[in-house]
Design a protein around this ligand. Structure first.
Ligand code: MG
Length: 174
């Protein structure tokens, strides 16, 4: 039982991911296509932020991780829109009886500057997670001292709150 009392419980989840920058690949971050000279490559669309959010959600409910559910060796996920992975993770969270309370994220990449795109990314992510945009934190840093100029990384924490069983049928919407 939570120290806050019966019927009230929260779960935390953490996820991170990294992908390599390559020329000729569109840059997808948080479900948005961002104009840049190169993009993050991967078996799917290489969306490092959506992958980290997905793993944080799955981790919070102790579900199998993104690589187990959506194997990079499976041709079904070649070039896939990573929103598919996130949507499945949200479904599993809801099936477990939880709703997303908020998330916080940090991107680490040398370029491009994320600031101008942050409001659109936050709004899109909020929409995918079905929470208000002020429940989506997004920060960006450059990889100083890490020698990772050719890499994009994302770190994400999520907080889930238990949905009282009588409210389970009417899932929370913004
Ligand atoms: Mg990934």
């Amino acid at each position: 039982m939570s120290i806050l009392g019966s019927g009230f419980s929260m779960k935390i989840g953490y996820g991170w991911d990294s992908h390599e920058f390559k020329r000729g690949v569109p840059l997808k971050i948080g479900g948005m296509t961002i104009p840049h000279s190169e993009g993050l490559s991967g078996h799917s669309d290489g969306d490092v932020l959506l992958h980290a959010v997905t793993d944080a959600l799955l981790g919070a409910i102790a579900a199998p991780d993104i690589g187990t559910l959506f194997s990079p060796s499976d041709p079904r996920w070649k070039g896939a829109d990573s929103a598919v992975f996130l949507t499945e993770a949200v479904k599993r969270v809801e099936a477990a009886g939880y709703a997303v309370a908020n998330i916080d994220s940090t991107l680490v990449l040398a370029a491009p500057r994320i600031g101008p795109h942050a409001p659109a990314i936050r709004a899109h992510l909020a929409n995918l997670l079905r929470i208000p945009a002020d429940c989506v934190g997004l920060k960006a840093k450059t990889p100083e001292g890490l020698n990772l100029e050719n890499t994009g990384l994302a770190h994400v924490v999520v907080l889930l709150e238990k949905i009282p069983s009588k409210k389970r049928k009417t899932s929370r919407r913004k």
